[in-house]
Design a protein around this ligand. Structure first.
Ligand SMILES: [Fe+2]
Length: 387
């Protein structure tokens, strides 16, 4: 199953391909990369082996690992200073969503003079950047979910405002991605399940988002098929390399497809991730059937096409919703938001405001109001799907 792809970027795929990291550096003329990862992974055998392998191959790698779960502007600025101080000439973004997002943002900020917040993904802010000064990026994901390795943005928390901002530039897209399933073998079943549901939400919301983008639609459909075929196996038998590889691929496909847009699953998720500290993939899994049934009248035909492509037994809208419910149950995930958030910690007014303002809202198949967000939150608390 080892192969090289050049779409959406150069991707080296297969078992043990992480050993080609030094070749990737040489291909991009990187002699002194900064490897960016989170503090937990930095101590792991995986990263220690990667650093040793690079050094053995003559690559003078530096390490920056002061990266937290919800990466902050401080993490990025500190990393960019470290990059400059050590005269690095490229970034290896290594890890789950946090490591990848910070790595990409450090490569970007290493050559900019303005504040990172000047490049928030609003209007054409990205054109203000000095694009000649963006360092080359190699991305190596160690989870199969966010798909940040094929994305052109990073999500960074502004500690002063408490808001997660999307920082966008086309050159955030890594020049080389290495998808090595061996790196994900040690992921616990719960994380495999939650990140897998994030990948499903990306493909599903991209497919349902309005707009003409047949390429994204095709990728999203096949991404969902891979998840249908392999997610349960990856969760139940974590050392199955074929399952792990297909999930990594499905995650990369999800973020490739969601250039088209996301939707209310993500709009509802981001606020509870930020305020209630709920895992992003888990909240996506919870909200999925409520958002599907809320959007039913405008997405029914599309959902039936997904049923056909996935060869589901019941190829109807309800059949698809039942497939989601059944998958969640098999993954041992809760049906109701109230199973993970206490009523007293549930500030529905604030959450609904944040959900409406979320950048994903524009991609929802139905135009949404703050009341719609409130109603969807209420249903997800009580467990009642929309009729
Ligand atoms: Fe997501």
């Amino acid at each position: 199953m080892n192969s090289d792809w050049n779409y959406p970027t150069t991707m080296w795929v297969g078992k043990d391909r992480v050993k080609d990291l030094s070749i990737a550096c040489k291909t991009l003329n990187i002699n002194k990369p900064l490897l960016v990862t989170d503090s937990g992974l930095a101590k792991s055998k995986i990263v220690i082996n990667v650093l040793n392998n690079l050094k053995e191959n003559g690559i003078l790698v530096e390490l920056y690992s002061n990266v937290v779960g919800n990466p902050t502007g401080t993490n990025v600025n500190e990393g960019a200073d470290y990059y400059k101080k050590n005269n690095c000439d490229g970034v290896i973004a290594f890890g789950g969503g946090s490591g990848l997002d910070v790595g990409k943002a450090i490569a970007f900020m290493s050559g900019q003079t303005q504040s990172i917040w000047d490049f928030e993904d609003v209007g054409d802010n990205w054109t203000k950047a000095n694009s000649d000064k963006i360092a080359p990026i190699i991305a190596v994901p160690t989870t199969a979910g966010t798909g940040s390795e094929t994305g052109r943005a990073s999500v960074i928390l502004n500690e002063e405002t408490g808001v997660k901002n999307i920082i966008f530039h086309p050159k955030f897209l890594p020049s080389i991605v290495i998808l090595d399933p061996v790196l994900t073998v040690g992921l616990p079943a719960k994380i495999t399940a939650a990140t897998g549901m994030d990948a499903l939400a990306h493909n599903l919301e991209a497919y349902c988002a309005p707009g003409y983008h047949p390429m994204a639609d095709g990728i999203a459909l096949e991404g969902m098929r891979l998840i249908n075929d392999w997610l349960l196996e990856a969760v139940n038998n974590g050392s199955n390399i074929e399952a792990r590889q297909n999930m990594l691929t499905a995650a990369s496909m999800g973020s490739t497809a969601f250039q088209k847009g996301l939707g209310a699953i993500h709009s509802l998720s981001h606020p509870v991730n930020a305020l209630n500290n709920i895992h992003h993939g888990l909240s996506n899994a919870i909200f999925m059937p409520y958002v599907l049934t809320f959007n039913k009248d405008v997405i029914e035909k599309k959902i039936i096409k997904i049923c056909d492509y996935l060869e589901l037994k019941d190829r109807s809208f309800d059949g698809f919703v039942n497939w989601v419910l059944d998958l969640r149950k098999k993954l041992d995930m809760p049906h109701k938001l109230s199973e993970v958030i206490d009523e007293k910690d549930f500030d529905i007014d604030r959450l609904s405001k944040m959900a409406l303002a979320d950048p994903s809202t524009g991609g929802n198949p139905k135009k949404l109001t703050e009341d719609d967000m409130k109603i969807m939150y209420q249903h997800s608390m009580t467990g009642e799907l929309f009729k």
